[in-house]
Design a protein around this ligand. Structure first.
Ligand SMILES: Nc1nc2c(c(=O)[nH]1)N[C@H]1C(S)=C(S)[C@@H](COP(=O)(O)OP(=O)(O)OC[C@H]3O[C@@H](n4cnc5c(=O)[nH]c(N)nc54)[C@H](O)[C@@H]3O)O[C@H]1N2
Ligand SMILES: Nc1nc2c(c(=O)[nH]1)N[C@H]1C(S)=C(S)[C@@H](COP(=O)(O)OP(=O)(O)OC[C@H]3O[C@@H](n4cnc5c(=O)[nH]c(N)nc54)[C@H](O)[C@@H]3O)O[C@H]1N2
Ligand SMILES: [Mo]
Length: 608
């Protein structure tokens, strides 16, 4: 829509109304939206008279604090949002304001969304039509509002359309790019929309190439991980025979774990950069250990670009490296040298210099940048002794929107300035009216109807006729004391009652004959797990929930604490063929399952 990776975030500190779907910041503290004390900022909205509306099949911690909780049927957020957009349009509540001029394609929305009346969406979403109308009217009536959708809305069958519709509703309600609405962060470093010609560009292309076996589309140079197992298994030209994992545990985190697990075992070669021997790295021929996080400096190049204030924070390494211990970037660079054919003894310092030359060269060539009239050598001289990522960070900060421009703005940002500011630098609240300068689309407009979206909409319309109420579906959840798959070896974070339980509504427990604390067997198309039952009315009937990242008790794993934990891997159940067709992204939520009492408690450990 805007032509580069720019995701608007809710202006939490100034908004009057948040409509949040598929996110539980009381556990996660947010996602693609960075805010210290996210829950406190939500409560501040309520204290100043605003409202928080949460759409979630579970009464999550966040939903429990909300002014309104809408318990949606999983996988149907796109239908709900399309219907909200429909109400805004049909009731003449749409007020895009200045956005009308900046957008193209808006006028086509009424026709394209005509099928999504509250009545037709209601039976899909399992929400009554009046609630949909009220949610839409409240959003329109609020002086400012922001719609925010995350993991629950994007990792599902209509995930891309749901994410698109979040932006559509923000546009129709006039809230995109204005104070109190959904705003674009101005990142101090590494933000594509602060480089090159303002207001126009080449735009984004999806699916320039497709994956070999299933034809899944590439996006930003990546294939969806749902294609990985088949790419390893399927013989022929281009078959994946070697794998490098860096800070990833795909056997735990990606769908149909058992299939990927078997596929990794069939590789000719695998190397992992990781500090643990876990579900994934146990398949590696070589595990290269990174230094401790305390031995590494940190600047969050990714998530600071989605912060609710413009900020820059740098933390230096706390502890030194041991003698002969390489930095993690040196490990990665050496692997790159080997893969590129330069050999194990390649001159890393020379490679690092080349990379810095390339990065500074690009900054110098940017005729809209602050260092256009300078030379790369001159700038690298100013950077001085630094090497590796810190040198690149210094260049990015200095040539970024708050940078010192290598002397042009003496008070501007540089890494040295961040080093002198151990608490970080607050660059102020988000700025409105970053449109149209932020755009990098060929048309120079917010392209409201990108072609892949238009082509995918009929799939959403067709699904209105599906019999949604038929199956029991599985969703995930997060807990504040767990981080994906890798905090379970820390005793202080895992002690206490089992948190890897199957949440089941009391009506469903009756229906399936499940008792609280007993074991249930959950089966999907691809797998089965045996898991402790926790009966709770905090989940919608017809929906069950298991958190991801547990189940470390596999042969070969060396995680003493985690292996003892009474958890199961929910991604044994998620299905690599159940994807959002448009992106190929896996539907981790809304997976059809059957549930029954476990035949045998002992089967728990033998489920694999
Ligand atoms: N403590 C902790 N913090 C974390 C993480 C962690 O593992 N632990 N992980 C980090 C990472 S990698 C990320 S990406 C973020 C994620 O952060 P969030 O995006 O906030 O994700 P979750 O906390 O998983 O909340 C997702 C919610 O979506 C609901 N849901 C499931 N299916 C649907 C659906 O179909 N529709 C709707 N509307 N809701 C649905 C679930 O019930 C759940 O409450 O958190 C980050 N922070
Ligand atoms: N069912 C279900 N599945 C999910 C999700 C869900 O909500 N439901 N969430 C999805 C999401 S949002 C995400 S982001 C993925 C996460 O998926 P992954 O990124 O695959 O999983 P993590 O568990 O975060 O794995 C991190 C790995 O990095 C290692 N590690 C930690 N620190 C370092 C370091 O400094 N250097 C190196 N080299 N390694 C390090 C850890 O030991 C661990 O092996 O999971 C996804 N999977
Ligand atoms: Mo994530």
């Amino acid at each position: 829509m805007v032509g580069s990776v720019a995701v608007p975030v809710p202006d939490l500190d100034r908004t009057d109304h948040v409509l949040m779907l598929g996110a539980n910041p009381y556990a996660s503290n947010g996602s693609l939206c960075t805010a210290p004390d996210f829950p406190g900022r939500l409560e501040a909205i309520q204290r100043r008279g605003g409202r928080v509306v949460v759409v979630d099949p579970r009464r999550s911690e966040t939903a429990a604090h909300a002014d309104r909780h809408v318990a949606i049927r999983p996988g149907t957020d796109a239908h709900l949002l399309a219907s909200i957009a429909h109400v805004l349009l049909a009731e003449d509540l749409a007020a895009p304001g200045r956005l009308a001029e900046l957008c193209s394609g808006l006028d086509e929305l009424p026709d394209l969304l005509a099928a999504f009346t509250p009545e037709s969406a209601a039976h899909v979403c399992g929400i009554d039509p009046d609630t949909i109308r009220e949610v839409a009217r409240e959003l329109a009536a609020a002086p400012t509002a922001a719609v925010y959708g995350r993991i629950g809305t994007c990792t599902q069958e209509f995930g891309t359309l749901a994410s698109w519709l979040v932006d559509v509703v923000n546009i129709l309600s006039g809230n995109l790019d204005r104070v109190g609405g959904a705003m674009f962060t101005t990142g101090a470093a590494g933000q594509p929309s602060t480089k090159g010609q303002p207001g126009t560009g080449r735009g984004m292309r999806l699916g320039r190439v497709t994956s070999r076996v299933a034809g899944r589309p590439e996006s930003l140079g990546e294939f969806p991980v749902s294609a990985l197992a088949e790419e390893i298994e399927t013989p022929g030209e281009g078959q994946v025979r070697a794998l490098v994992t860096v800070a990833g545990n795909p056997v735990s985190s990606t769908p149909n774990s058992n299939r990927l697990d078997a596929a990794l075992a069939s590789l000719e070669f695998m190397v992992a950069i990781d500090m643990y021997v876990n579900e994934t790295t146990r398949h590696a021929d070589v595990i290269l250990p990174p230094p401790s996080p305390l031995q590494k400096s940190h600047y969050d190049l990714a998530l600071l670009n989605f912060a609710v204030r413009n900020v820059a924070n740098y933390s230096p390494a706390v502890l030194p490296l041991d003698d002969d211990q390489p930095q993690e970037w040196e490990v990665v660079l050496r692997l790159a040298a080997v893969v590129a054919g330069a050999g194990i003894d390649a001159d890393l310092a020379a490679m690092d210099d080349e990379i810095a030359q390339a990065v500074v060269g690009a900054a110098v060539r940017d005729e809209h940048g602050t260092v256009h009239d300078r030379t790369a050598d001159e700038l690298l001289d100013v950077v001085g002794e630094r090497t590796g990522p810190e040198r690149l960070l210094d260049v990015a900060l200095r040539t970024g929107p708050f940078g010192d421009g290598f002397g042009v703005e003496p008070d501007g940002l540089s890494l040295a300035r961040l080093e002198r500011s151990p608490h970080g630098i607050d660059l102020g609240p988000l700025q409105e009216h970053r449109l149209p300068e932020l755009l990098r689309t060929p048309s120079g407009t917010v392209e409201v109807l990108p072609e892949p979206i238009r082509a995918d909409l009929p799939r959403l319309v067709a699904s209105l006729d599906r019999n949604w109420a038929d199956s029991v579906v599985l969703v995930g959840r997060r807990h504040i004391r767990s981080n994906n798959s890798w905090m379970h070896n820390v005793r202080v974070l895992t002690k206490g009652r089992n948190r890897c339980t199957l949440h089941v509504h009391p009506d469903d427990a009756d229906r399936f004959g499940l008792a609280d604390g007993a074991a249930a067997e959950v089966t999907s198309r691809v797998g089965r797990v045996t898991v402790d039952v926790e009966i709770t009315d905090g989940i919608r009937p017809g929906v069950v929930s298991i958190p991801h990242g547990f189940g470390q008790n596999l042969p070969g794993v060396r995680l003493r604490v985690a292996q003892e934990y009474r958890g199961v891997n929910t991604n044994v159940l998620t299905d690599e063929e159940l994807c959002d067709e448009l992106s190929g992204n896996s539907a981790l939520n809304g997976v059809p399952v059957t549930v029954q009492p476990a035949r045998d408690e002992l089967s728990r450990s033998s489920d694999r």
